[in-house]
Design a protein around this ligand. Structure first.
Ligand code: TA6
Length: 312
């Protein structure tokens, strides 16, 4: 079983607009509301890939109830910890092929709720094979919380795929226990190493810095251009097929789902790279956030081009 962690889930509202102008009235052309936050997108794609999946984090209030009911409808196991605060909304405005995200910061978590989560996580981690941890932290949760989760998971030899960014990622990567996989995009990688990464060679240099020395997999996503992936000293360049991208929101989350599902199926090396990144392409082709068409998986895996560009 795969456990997805979303400490700061959200009802993801996606507004599709024909025209967008600031300082004016904008009418919505199409709207979807889904149980979201990065880890819930991961859980939904894992479920579509027919993986056994449980989802955990904090949920509260009426938006929390909406998310719980969606999780139940999907048949995903609900391991969420109830909180007194109200789960947030996150809005994505899709216009002219571009997306603008407006993200609330989320509820406040008190000390008892945080302690209860750690207690439950210690139990859950013993029942699962892989853990994914995604997204930002809600208020009240300290920046070393992911480090705590990594330490507990390591005690039970459970690999953790971590998808977060900025200071939180930088701090977590300094901990003694490393994640099994991280997935920064080009800007997030630039933030981590403190340099502008204009060329492919800059990305490769960044991947060879000591920050990533003990992280087995680093997947640098480059949007429609594909990805550069480092695994145990080997660096791969990945070219994705050209597709009509309808909604790229949640593509990164879908990549995490792809790698988690690939690992649970025993995929390795180039096969894992192709399978993992396929889910990001397939998500971009769907209207809804964190959604793929499982019928297209075989086709897309076959279209992915992977080349070793450094290492043995
Ligand atoms: O990746 C897109 C997305 O997953 C949205 O679904 C939205 O909920 C948001 O990310 C949350 O990101 P955050 O980093 O605040 O946890």
């Amino acid at each position: 079983m795969i456990l997805t962690i979303t400490l700061n889930p959200a009802v993801d509202i996606s507004y599709r607009l024909n025209h967008l102008s600031i300082d004016s009235v904008n009418r919505v052309n199409g709207v979807t509301k889904t149980a979201g936050g990065k880890g819930l997108n991961v859980a939904r794609v894992l479920h579509q890939l027919e993986e056994d999946v449980a989802a955990s984090g904090f949920l509260g209030g009426s938006l929390g109830n909406f998310i719980s009911s969606q999780i139940a409808e999907l048949g995903i196991q609900d391991y969420f910890v109830p909180i007194k605060g109200e789960t947030r909304n996150c809005i994505a405005v899709i216009h002219d092929g571009k997306q603008t995200e407006i993200l609330e910061s989320g509820p406040n978590i008190d000390l008892d709720e945080a302690a209860l989560f750690l207690e439950k996580f210690t139990v859950y981690v013993q029942q699962v094979d892989i853990v994914t941890i995604s997204g930002s932290l809600p208020k009240g949760i300290a920046n070393d919380f992911y480090e705590k989760l990594l330490t507990i998971a390591a005690e039970h030899k459970t690999p953790v795929l971590l998808d977060t960014k900025g200071e939180l990622l930088a701090i977590t990567l300094k901990s003694k226990t490393k994640p099994f996989l991280i997935k920064p995009n080009q800007d997030e990688l630039a933030d981590l190493v403190g340099k502008n990464l204009a060329e492919e060679a800059d990305i490769i240099d960044a991947l060879n810095t000591s920050i990533f020395a003990d992280v087995p997999w680093v997947v640098v996503t480059l949007g429609a251009k594909g990805a550069i992936v480092k695994n145990e000293g080997i660096i791969y360049r990945v070219m994705a097929p050209k597709v009509d991208a309808t909604n790229p929101v949640g593509s990164g989350d879908s990549v995490i789902a792809g790698f988690a599902a690939g690992l649970s199926r025993g995929l390795k090396g180039e096969d894992l790279v192709k399978f993992g990144l396929t889910m990001g392409v397939l998500n971009a082709m769907e209207e809804s956030t964190g959604q793929i068409d499982p019928e297209k998986v075989e086709w897309c895996v076959g279209e992915m081009e992977v080349e070793k560009i450094a290492g043995d």
